[in-house]
Design a protein around this ligand. Structure first.
Ligand code: ZN
Length: 106
């Protein structure tokens, strides 16, 4: 399995997006990740003693929020939120699995 990291920031069309890992995100928002599109920020729940979260789940969440950002940059419009979440969930899981399971020649 590849060692992949969650970055501090990344760029989309030259726009810098910050990735912040926050100790009480789940308590404040009842979610473990959010894409703050207008603030150029992805927020992820930090794994804490009171709210343990596996690395895999956090990575999956990162790719989920990243996919929201990419679709937003593409001006891709879904009919409704449910359609968007369905697409984003499936696409980001597959993307993460492909990256995680990729094998390279040494
Ligand atoms: Zn989502």
């Amino acid at each position: 399995m590849n060692r992949i990291e969650i970055p501090e920031s990344f760029e989309l069309f030259g726009r810098e997006i910050q990735v912040n890992i926050i100790p009480d995100l789940a308590m404040d928002t009842d979610d473990i990740g959010e894409a703050k599109l207008r603030y150029d920020e992805i927020r992820l729940q930090k794994s804490t003693e009171g709210y343990p979260i596996s690395r895999d789940r956090q990575m999956q969440c990162y790719y989920h929020e990243l996919t929201h950002f990419i679709l937003n940059e593409m001006d891709y419009i879904f009919r409704n939120n449910k359609d968007e979440e369905k697409f984003v969930s499936a696409f980001s899981r597959l993307l993460y699995q492909a990256i995680k399971s990729a094998k390279y020649k040494l």
